[in-house]
Design a binder for this molecule. Sequence first.
Ligand code: GAL
Ligand code: MG
Length: 995
Amino acid sequence: MSKLKLWENYQLVGQNRLAPRSHFDTHFVDDPEHLRNGQLLNGTWQFKFLAAPEYAPQDFAAPDFDDQGWAAIPVPSNWQLQGYGKMHYSDLWYNFPIIPPHVPSENPTGLYRRTFEVARIDPNEQYLLNFDGVDSAFQLFMNGHEVGYSKGARLTSEFDVTPYLQAGTNTVALLVVQWSDGTYLEDQDMWWLSGLFRDVHFFSRPKLGLYDLQVRTYLQPTPHTAELVVTPTFTGAADRSVTYRLTDGKTTLFEKTLTGDQSLDETVADIVPWSAERPQLYDLQLTVHVAGQPLEVVHQKVGFRQIEVVGKTFRVNGQAIKLKGVNMHDYSPTAGRVMTRADFRQNILLMKRHNINAIRTAHYPKAPFFYDLCDELGMYVIDETDLECHGFELTNRYDWISDDPKWQLAYVDRMKRTVQRDKNHPSIIMWSLGNESAFGDNFRAMAAYCKTVDPTRLVHYEGDFEAEVSDVYSTMYTWLEHETKLTMNQILEKTQKPHILCEYAHSMGNGPGNLKEYQDLFYGHDELQGGFIWEWFDQGIATQAGDQTYYRYGGDFGDEPNNANFCIDGLIRPDGRPSTALTEVKKTFEPFQMTLVDRATRQIRVINRLDFLTSDDYTFDYVLEDNGQVVAHGPVTVPTIAPREAAVIKLTADLPELTADHLYTLHLRTKQTTATPWADQGAVVSQTSLTLQRPVVRLHHARQQAITVQEDAVTLTLTAGANQYRFDKVQGSLTLTHAGQPVIQDGLRMNFWRAPIDNDMEILDDYYHKYFMNLWHESALDTTLTAEEHGDYRVTVEKLVGTTNSGWYYAITQTYTIHEDGSFDFAVDGTASGKRDCAPAMLPRIGVALALPQPYQRVTYRGLGPTENYVDSHQAAYLGVFETTVDDLFVDYVKPQENGNHMDTDRVTLQDGQHQIDVQMTTPLNFSVANYADATLEAAKHTVDLRPDDTVSLYLDFKQNGLGTNSCGQNQLQKYRCKFDDFHFGFNFNVRDRG
Ligand code: GAL
Ligand code: MG
């Protein structure tokens, strides 16, 4: 092989990097509150951006090098977000040819410099520089001396700088390259971002002190008893002793002194095990003595918990838990992959408040403080190492380097650094070998490493398709139903190991559908231990356009090739606001599920879906709404329900007498009895909403002034009070005016199209180019008038409706029955006709679209709300009466698309202040109303492209197709599809003055 450059030398995993070790705090004995000689070297550094590392000035690291002309850059940061290099998003493509380990000679490079002060050099201390993330490889210099070299963009690197350090001012310099041989192992689906993007830490440790420690816990058969094993590692020979003291913050559970070469092995009674539901932590204090003199105090959090595989399940503390997880990247809308401890806390809190209990660190380890937070707040973690070589999939040699022994060191080194740094976190239950890199000997070696060093945790790797070394059978986006693809049912038949979905429910745009179907399946089988939704963040880049912020995605930076908005697939929007999907997640993952067993006797079944806590930690209550107004509330008594058990309770509350024709919604809520570290006392964790009484829509039409009729060759005009109906007999269309003002123009158009959702992306090409689903045409056959009873008139319109060049079409009969009170009943029959077998498998929707005057902005509806809902995603919605506005009903997806549907609606009122439109359905329909017509949404790439239309679009749909999650995974389930079938629906429409 030709000569390798330093940053292409894949068999060199680092130079002078210290052996990886756990992250812990060491304190001076007489100053236990403060870190030892620590300073964060975050802040402003001097920065020089180059096209390749070779262009670096020879002496750029020298203390006296003149960096005056350099720019200032914040650390941590990704340089692309600071205006250097190129923004680029791709899913699996490498940005360069696959000629491992070679990378392009044009290799964006950042030179970094800064100084820091050290008051005094203590000869007994070792001085360290610690980098938690430098993307991708770097050389480190101290006071002009080369200290070492490291790679592994999202792994910690630590160096001993003692030999180069001086009292006073010290100069630290780095050369960071964007591309290295490491990049071949860092092909995750995300923005390509570089630089010092995590904390830089300078600190010291005593040379004779603790270098590392390993904490293991084993639960004992005796309840509340555990074995604690702690193995210390020291550097330098000395006569040492270690005093171990375990406290729960108040009381000491034990204290014991051992020599430095011994391991602690202590049985501890009266402990509370750690779980995500009750993340009980203990403080282990280690005081190290050398020759009888105290040297340092180290604090280590301990959570007692045990993981083991029993049959086809894995158990945490004896329980075959369910993972209700999400995949989480590092992400900031403004800073790229820079996340602070506060950012992580905020996000983990939001997860906890939505009943999420697990995180997969997709697809690389996070900064150490992330794991501290998971320990503290209670999250099961799959800690995935920084390894993905997805681009190889397209070379027909997916395992090209994964099975090449020459790359083994590089693979195992990544795993080693992950395990060694993170091994003492109770939150971590599995080590993940990486993502999407095929399988081969290098993975076998990584798994063996994990098992040797840490047999207390499970090994995870999805790419190990047959679960040869993975302790869990892990799959992604497995289908619920499909004729040829692997389905969940087949997994159940074949699996010999516990199964998890390391990714599912791809949350791109509107969706995912089917969360409930997956969850029901998990609950039904112990060996299905849940999964991790893809993903937490919508990874858009905040961009300012005037006073509007919008979010850019792949392709918006001229980045080629790119995967467009495939990075906008999270449960929270780029600005951190929860999506509808997150509300669905909270409901789907709720700890207490309730169902009505018997309406008459008000019996309710309560299932405790928790793994460890009983219902005693929660308080239950009810809230009764009468037409959307709270009219009663009170406690609900629930007996002790053990974890994963159920009970039937009787609702004894004295509810008020129900008024006829009102909608009564009963909310049964579960609240936290006490505050937890993640939520306040009284926080609602579950809510089930039951319809106690649903009114029937009864239409009454008062006899008023007789309707007058005029007809000529092409128009038919009927006048009922202030409402005038004008039918164009050529087009079979209606114009309705009220007191001379237009209300409906060009109605009532059949509508089978919707603004495409991301989950339709696999069928869009056919929709546009084969079925022409966006191009509908009407052939009006006949418009006839008949006089009916009670002075009513009926206009019947017959038409054929089909798309461009299609032989399949609907034969449509629309009837408008116009009443003397000015309202009309609309009814439509559609008969699927023509070459039916040429029709698509799914229609986006079946309904009518009305363009109403712009001032009708106030909306009241009786239907499923308040969140948007679709046939396969409506767990969080309930039947209620909701008052809102057209703008508030709009859901602003980063890439605009169909949104804001409300199922099961039997009444919609729109007001403009003086007038009111009432739409009533004797059989409920879907409705949505927007200031952006579907065509407006469809044309927009970003929210900033949207301008409100000059009409309000009202959509009344017999059916809306389900959402599915086919942007990655299951498409719309058969039962949720809107098919090319016959249909019939209708409603009553009226417009009147508000009196
Ligand atoms: C998976 C992959 C993720 C992401 C996702 C689609 O195959 O592991 O990294 O690419 O698909 O968003
Ligand atoms: Mg990938």
